[in-house]
Design a protein around this ligand. Structure first.
Ligand code: FAD
Length: 406
């Protein structure tokens, strides 16, 4: 087998995986990293604990490119392959309700395991090398940064997207992909907080509540997620909000108005809800309006709903009309907010959008410039919270490296 010179641009999750895999195939591998060290984003994952994958895997966990295409790639290096890979590197892996972490829940331990393996396999790591140009001259790729350049037979572009740019993934990979003639599907922040028009958000900032977030389009719910919603002074956050944020951002990109509806009693069905209403009516005598509605949701949220209905919390509930009573309770299941933007790429965990997969072969090779491969978040694939983005990085890094080594 020929020993190709393989240049990997970007020392993040997918790039390091690609480097280890190609070196394991006997290739001459150089990992070029723009920052002063490799794997900075890995250190931030899972709040420093690194949710490295998930045992529950299906197509609904991913967005972007066609879902069959994504799953075909995930299956080529799946969750079990990921576990086996890290175990081979000496890392103990822990399963927490399907969410996989290093046993010690330290992202730095996973990164070290990868760094040690790359070193043992002879991967040359060049840091502080921010690639700004890629040229293909006959069969050779010339990869340059300021004054220096390297020559390779094959390259793997693994520069990430532009989420959390202080970790080094600042979107420059898209410029490199465009230099090679690739199309970049519109890139928006994903897994990110949403900012709402409502000025009353400050009154419930800091409250956390179990709920379902529904994104509405032309009166219909197009996506919904349930989990712990966090209210902030500017809008909403929390895992269910992160999960729907990419859908919202694409709607905003198309200048669509975005309404989200929150059901803060998600476990309560219609008949139970009716019972709650009837029972609460029985409490009406001798209580203030605030006292009448005590016991349903967080005090601050209930106080807001009373205020939004135009009622005075300290007034006697004797004066409360049936319609006002219904309106307060209806808000618990149907609280509308209007989103005008998300937080920026700085706060986002990933990017949606990126290199158009129709310009890639099944092995993630460029169909425009043969010999150039892509891996990781730079490709138009984004996953939900829960280890799915790192799994994409591992799978795509592996696939690109195996193909580049052939
Ligand atoms: C706060 C946070 C928490 C997260 N938690 C999780 C989690 O628990 N589980 C999960 O699955 N996912 C998580 N993610 C997402 C996950 O980290 C990313 O999807 C994944 O790291 C992407 O890997 P990548 O290799 O494509 O890109 P990156 O990890 O972004 O790496 C790209 C690398 O390329 C380098 N680079 C960029 N441009 C150039 C250039 N021109 N020249 C040279 N080098 C360049 C960058 O410096 C960087 O080191 C989290 C993300 C964030 C920000």
């Amino acid at each position: 087998m020929k020993r190709y010179r393989i240049g990997i641009i970007g020392g993040g999750a997918s790039g390091i995986m690609a480097a280890i895999t190609a070196a394991g195939e006997g290739m001459d591998v150089t990992l070029l990293e723009g920052g002063e060290r490799i794997g900075r984003k890995i250190l931030m994952t899972g709040n420093g604990r690194c949710n490295l994958s998930n045992l529950y895997m299906d197509e609904h966990m991913y967005y972007g490119a066609n879902r069959d295409w994504i799953m075909n790639h995930i299956r080529q290096f799946d969750v079990q392959d990921t576990i086996a890979f890290f175990q081979r590197l000496g890392l103990l892996v822990k399963d927490k309700n399907g969410y996989l972490y290093p046993y010690c829940e330290q992202a730095s331990v996973l990164l070290d395991a990868m760094r040690f393996e790359a070193g043992a396999l002879g991967v040359k790591v060049v840091t502080g090398f921010k690639v700004d140009k890629i040229q293909k001259k006959s069969d050779v790729f010339v990869v340059s940064a300021e004054k220096n350049s390297f020559e390779f037979d094959r390259i793997i572009i693994a520069c990430g997207g532009k989420a959390a740019p202080k970790t080094g993934s600042d979107g420059s990979g898209y410029t490199l992909a465009k230099q090679l003639g690739h199309t970049i599907n519109p890139v928006v922040p994903a897994l990110v907080q949403l900012r709402c028009e409502e000025t009353f958000m400050k009154s419930i900032a800091g409250v956390r509540a179990e709920g379902t977030v529904k994104v509405m389009s032309r009166g219909k719910c197009i996506v919904e997620e349930t989990g712990e919603i966090q209210f902030t002074d500017y809008g909403i956050s929390g895992i269910p909000v992160f999960q729907i944020s990419r859908v919202v951002n694409y709607m905003l990109l198309k200048q669509e108005k975005v309404t989200v509806k929150l059901d803060l009693l998600p476990g309560i069905d219609d008949s139970t809800y009716e019972h709650i209403k009837i029972n609460r009516k029985l409490l009406q005598n001798d209580r203030t309006i605030e006292e009448l509605f005590n016991g349903i949701l967080n005090k601050k949220i209930m106080a807001l709903f009373i205020k939004l209905t135009g009622l005075k919390p300290q007034e006697s509930s004797d004066s409360l009309s049936d319609s006002s009573f219904d309106m307060v309770l209806a808000l618990c299941k149907n609280f509308e907010l209007h989103v005008y933007e998300s937080n920026s790429f700085e706060q986002a965990q990933v990017c949606a959008g990126g290199v158009n997969v129709s310009e890639l072969t099944d092995t993630l090779e460029s169909s425009i410039v043969p010999g150039a491969f892509f891996a990781g978040e730079i490709i138009d694939v984004d996953g939900k919270c829960g280890g799915y983005n790192l799994q994409w990085a591992w799978s795509s890094g592996y696939i690109a490296a195996i193909a580049a080594s052939k």
